[in-house]
Design a protein around this ligand. Structure first.
Ligand SMILES: *Cc1c(COP(=O)(O)O)cnc(C)c1O
Length: 390
């Protein structure tokens, strides 16, 4: 057929097939919208929910299936579904498990866009979203209503850093037949084993440590139970939350060094946190491994490491203008959202507008400790502290 075809058709149809037997370390990048079937019967027999084969690019390729399987392994789960951002992964969980008339509980210190999603569900979808004290522990029982379907947890809250009592919340939720979903991004699924502490669903913003280079947006939802994962698959399909093959490849490429990078961030962040603890300008270092941090005892009991992200509270004698000047004076620390990459970042937050119950007087500044030499980062902070007295 192609022998006699016109040159134009030959540009599209070719008889050449690369030889089998190619072996190399990198995963092939499979780009596809259309996935081809042998014949009509094979096409008709194909069920998109069966992940043992391929149906359409949106539902998976060897590249995305491989990334999903590897992420599930990191977290100690069984099933994983990718999403085009961490926030899309959070939304996928809400749409998979909530319907009009349901109630969802969200910690008051949660990642901001998750909070806004909750408020949107309330305004536009007839789902009540209520916010609870992140340190509530087993008293979560008092918040659960007959229509409460899902409890979000974030460990720790990624700005104010309170570490919740995850096992206590999950125990109560399980007794009351309520699902629990954790935003486990801070720990990268390494420092906190969500499923071993009773959580049903773990969400990762792969944008952070799994990508590790501030160049990809992606998220994942991981579970141990098939029936939960099937509901997540349906939300993924209904909402059309596909990820690009090249982005999936970038995350696959970074995964082998995830543990090394995470440990390096952890080690450097503790050096910085302990140094900041000695500074008279700082009233509290909100790093889960230090006693100033609310819920530090839960971290000590349940976690096997810490990430590179923590916050500090300045002494209340410093105004926002002064702490803004401190942030503006930093040279190695850049100003920007997100974290988990090799570059150190810094963001000041206006906590009073964000939280119902914020009582700290001093300004909060969040630091992402990158992979620069910690001594250079200390020198950078030191020169910025000098500007406070000007
Ligand atoms: C960044 C982040 C997200 C969202 O990830 P994106 O890929 O930026 O949408 C969710 N949760 C936490 C805790 C995060 O830090």
């Amino acid at each position: 057929m192609t022998q006699k075809a016109s040159p134009q058709t030959k540009l599209i149809h070719s008889d050449y097939q690369a030889p089998d037997g190619f072996a190399a370390f990198p995963m092939a990048i499979h780009h596809a919208s259309s996935v081809l079937f042998e014949n009509v019967a094979a096409m008709r027999a194909r069920n998109w929910q069966d992940k043992s084969a391929y149906t359409y690019g949106l539902h998976g390729t060897p590249t995305t299936f491989t990334l999903e399987a590897r992420l599930a392994e990191v977290e100690g789960g069984q099933y994983c579904v990718l999403a085009p951002s961490g926030l899309a992964a959070i939304a996928m969980v809400d749409f998979a498990f909530l319907k009009t008339g349901d109630d969802v509980l969200i910690p008051d210190n949660v990642y901001g866009p998750n909070r806004e999603l909750g408020s949107w569900l309330k305004q536009s979808f007839g789902i009540t979203a209520r916010f609870y004290d992140p340190l509530i522990g087993e008293r979560i029982a008092e918040c659960i209503l007959p229509n409460t379907r899902l409890i979000w947890i974030e460990a720790p809250g990624s700005i104010s850093m309170e570490v919740p009592d995850v096992p206590a919340i999950c125990k109560v939720a399980r007794e009351k037949n309520v699902l629990t979903a954790i935003d486990n991004t801070w720990s990268a699924g390494i420092a906190f084993k969500a499923f071993d502490h009773g959580v049903d669903i773990s969400v990762q913003a792969l944008t952070k440590y799994q990508s590790g280079s501030s160049d990809v947006l992606m998220g994942a939802v991981i579970t141990r139970e098939k029936k939960l994962s099937q509901k997540i698959d349906i939300a993924h399909m209904r909402l059309g939350l596909g990820v690009g093959a090249d982005d999936a490849y970038l995350v696959l490429r970074s995964l082998p060094t995830l543990r090394l990078r995470f440990d390096a961030h952890d080690k450097a962040a503790r050096v910085l946190a302990n140094w900041l603890k000695t500074r008279p300008e700082i009233s509290k270092v909100l790093h889960p491994a230090l006693p100033d941090c609310p819920g530090h005892g839960h971290w000590k009991r349940d976690f096997i490491g810490a990430g590179g992200l923590f916050s500090v509270l300045f002494d209340s004698r410093f105004s926002e203008e002064q702490t803004d000047r401190f942030v503006d004076s930093l040279k190695l620390f850049k100003i920007g959202y997100s974290w988990g990459g090799v570059n150190s970042l810094c963001v000041p937050y206006r906590m009073r507008g964000m939280r119902q119950d914020w009582n700290e007087a001093g300004q909060l500044v969040r630091l992402n400790i990158g992979l620069e030499d910690p001594m250079d980062l200390i020198a950078d902070l030191e020169q910025a502290f000098d500007t406070l007295s000007i």
